[in-house]
Design a protein around this ligand. Sequence first.
Ligand code: NAD
Length: 485
Amino acid sequence: MTKSFDVIVIGGGPAGYHAAIRTAQLGMKTACINMMLDGDDQPVLGGTCLNWGCIPSKALLDASHKFVEAQHDFADLGIKTGKVEADVPQMIARKNGVVGKLTGGVAALFEGNGVTALAGKGRLYGGCQVGFTPHGGEEEMLSAQHVILAPGSVPVDIPPAPLQDDLIVDSTGALEFTSVPKRLGVIGAGVIGLELGSVWNRLGSETILLEAMDEFLPIADNRISRDALRIFKKQGLDIRLGARVTATEIKGRGKQKTVLVTYQDKAGEQTLEFDRLIVAVGRRPYTEGLLAPDAGVNLDERGFLFVNDLCATDAPNVYAVGDVVRGPMLAHKGMEEGIMVAERIAGHKPVVNYETVPSVIYTHPEIAWVGKTEQQLKMDGESFNVGSFPYAANGRALAAGENEGMIRVIADAETDRILGVHVMGAQASELIAQAVISMEFSASAEDLGLIMFAHPTLSEGVHEAALAARGHAIHMVNRAPRAKN
Ligand code: NAD
């Protein structure tokens, strides 16, 4: 007899596992099919985020940042150290330990909430029928009242740089180097390129990032991107803009193998030789083998599963969430979509507010933002005020030796409603939550300026930037607010 469930979720990454836990919490009989295996070929939950993305990269970013601090900043703080050395195998082992704890945690949450975890591949057929193929087994048919598709995304590979053992790697391979490459090339100066380039640059690699676009980080606020480029270059990241990689070639043999990279820039064709090359040119939705011909789910022109604002596909009772649907490929966006769909199936009416999805780049300083950038507002012809406050004028930042960065609050010139907040500096990833909450409640810059913030904290910078948008920050000589546009 066909096993039946109220809900089957395909994919156990952040979007899928949030959906599965929430449907189970709401009393629905839930199964989650997940095909991911860990390095020992054991089934593992948590998707790219926990296993090969957000979490392991943060473990290495934090470790490598502490290494830099111990080398360069401790003396200034009055702490003498002996010779500081990086122990890369220990860093990798620690990172793997962190990942293990978190993925085990998801498995425990499934068990505690009564979610049936099925290890293998899921395939959607018409009428909410789902084929489940266990690893190395035969396909079995399951049925459900509702299906939630959350298969995630995979790195884009480009013909000029096919992956090659541990020489030309994607973001996954770049988290597994067992020693520090002397010369490291990175294709793409986007989020992944900057984060992984930072890790290995801090540990000692001569790091060159080749970025096809002429502009650096156009998705962030222009003023912040400009300062960030200067700071990253000062840290030793050699970021070459307008540099499009056109070919790669493996040279040498055995341990002497290197990668010759050809790229085009304004001056013509250039070549560089690296010991390792990371390809970080974006991610694409993963839909291979997901849909049987009668599934009834359509793709959009870019290969994403087509959904409406509420994540419903064209097939009745079938939803899709996370990286596989439109919108930014961010774990937290997928998590909220998963929860929204679970609650909608239960008859509740939540929505995801796509206007307040925060973005973070975990470099040092961190870069984080929510809402519109100054350049977007100018293009839209909006009239606005900008309040900017430097970390260098914040007491807590100075006490902590974190004086690089700024906070920018952009507010509508007429209504004063906050339209965007952009932070570059220590703890930007944490500070941005204050902006998200403010915008979620349609706060004005004045509202933020009227709220009391603990002293001394980095958060006071948010307060001061909001005051500055209205022309009266306290710890800065203000210019009269002047509406732009
Ligand atoms: P990205 O789109 O951020 O950056 C890729 C860059 O590669 C682009 O700037 C592009 O111009 C460049 N590029 C493409 N082809 C090139 C070529 N031939 N030569 C030189 N440059 C080339 O993509 P990503 O950094 O790979 O990240 C993928 C996704 O994962 C993004 O959606 C990102 O938001 C997400 N992600 C988020 C985080 C985070 O939230 N901190 C971390 C990692 C990944």
